[in-house]
Design a binder for this molecule. Structure first.
Ligand SMILES: Nc1ncnc2c1ncn2[C@@H]1O[C@H](COP(=O)(O)OP(=O)(O)OP(=O)(O)O)[C@@H](O)[C@H]1O
Ligand SMILES: [Mg+2]
Length: 383
């Protein structure tokens, strides 16, 4: 090899060496670049790792959030359903509230009409009360005038009693005169008198004895009217049995069913009650004389919460049309020729009953008998 060639070879080597150096430098630079890049990549990778961790954390957080939000959503749905239910319930509630409200409105309307009815009733009641008060005033005034009338009547009655007594008493003397002289005329001058005159005289004497009985009855009645009632326990049955026994003595042959309870205790005046029973039994005995057998019953029954006593017979009876006359003096519903009497017995009985604070009334039917009822105490029942 020549030197030139060697020179050439060296140059080429140098060049190559330089080139290689360059390349090396470049490579070194490249390597440091690469290393830097690698570091950067590592950094980036680190960062990415951290980022990934962060991302994962964030993801977990997001997942948690998503999970939470899922739970939340479920809760929300539950709440929503509850709200819907509540809304439905409240709707139903609303409906029932509305119907309740309507019912209340109806009730209020009813109450309103009720109130107006009550107001009308109230006004009517008020008017009635006023009317009652007015009526009460009238009754009070009437009562006052009635009381004074009763007092006047009592005085008039007393005067009448005194008058009756004195008239009856005073009539006795002239009547005794007529009786005595008519008897003397008959006894002393009978042969001189023709039969017609004797007949007239006989009639005068019958009239005189009838008038005598009337006067006696009037005096008796007058005495009873003045008598004071002395109340005590009286056995009406015993009084009636004694009275009936007396009556039977007058006609022991009569067939009679006498019905009476063993004891009939009342509160009254025994003397006056004896007169009551004697008269009532006397009538029953008299007016049943044509019955075979006659039936006479003495008894008691409850009427409107009060004790009512009665004497009943199956005799001639009477027409209820004339029942009012029974208790008027000298009023008789039967002919004296058929059933004798003066017509003063029931007046006497009525006075005695009234003196006891009681009432007397009668029921009868022609040919079917009669019942005389009486009470002996004041009645609180209006009849
Ligand atoms: N039990 C009776 N049955 C039918 N009528 C009667 C009865 N009791 C009374 N009367 C009627 O009432 C009238 C009045 O009765 P009251 O006892 O007052 O008079 P009287 O018996 O006729 O006479 P006296 O004064 O003697 O009692 C009677 O005449 C008779 O018509
Ligand atoms: Mg009589």
């Amino acid at each position: 090899m020549s030197v030139l060639e060697r020179e050439h070879g060296r140059d080429a080597i140098d060049e190559t060496q330089r080139a290689l150096l360059n390349i090396l430098e470049d490579l070194t630079a490249e390597q440091s670049g690469f290393e830097a890049g690698q570091r950067a990549v590592l950094n980036i990778l680190d960062d990415a790792e951290a980022e990934k961790v962060n991302l994962e954390r964030a993801q977990r957080a997001v997942l948690n959030i998503l999970h939470d939000s899922e739970v939340e959503k479920t809760n929300l749905q539950g709440a929503q359903r509850a709200v819907v239910n509540i809304l439905e319930d409240s709707e139903a509630e609303n409906v029932s509230l509305q119907s309740a409200q309507r019912a209340v409105v109806n009730i209020l309307e009813d109450l309103d009409s009720e109130r107006s009815t009550v107001e009308v009733t109230n006004r009517e009641l008020q008017a009635q009360i006023e009317e009652r008060v007015r009526a009460q005033h009238e009754i009070n005034a009437l009562n006052a005038s009635l009381e004074s009338r009763v007092a006047e009547l009592a005085t008039a009655n007393q005067e009448l009693e005194a008058f009756t007594y004195s008239v009856a008493h005073d009539l006795r003397a002239p009547l005794r005169g007529i009786d005595g002289f008519s008897l003397a005329l008959l006894e002393d001058f009978e042969p001189k008198l023709d039969p017609e005159a004797q007949g007239y005289l006989g009639r005068i004497r019958t009239g005189v004895s009838r008038m005598g009985r009337l006067i006696d009855d009037l005096l008796h009645l007058s005495r009873i009217s003045r008598a004071e009632v002395r109340r005590e326990k009286v056995d009406l049955s015993a009084l009636a049995l004694a009275g009936m026994a007396e009556l039977q003595k007058s006609a022991p042959e009569r067939a009679l069913d006498f019905v009476i309870p063993p004891s009939l205790e009342v509160d009254g005046d025994p003397n006056l009650l004896r007169i009551v029973l004697d008269n009532l039994l006397g009538n029953a005995w008299k007016f049943s004389a044509k019955r075979i057998p006659a039936r006479i019953e003495v008894g008691t029954e409850e009427q409107n919460g009060r004790h009512v006593y009665f004497v009943r017979d199956n005799g001639a009876g009477f027409d209820m049309k004339y029942v009012g006359k029974l208790f008027a003096p000298f009023q008789r519903l039967h002919a004296a020729s058929e059933f004798p009497g003066t017509g003063i017995g029931l007046v006497t009985v009525a006075r005695i009953v009234r003196k006891h604070g009681g009432k007397i009334w009668a029921e009868g039917e022609v040919d079917k008998g009669a019942t005389l009822y009486f009470t002996l105490e004041k009645s609180i029942v209006c009849s």
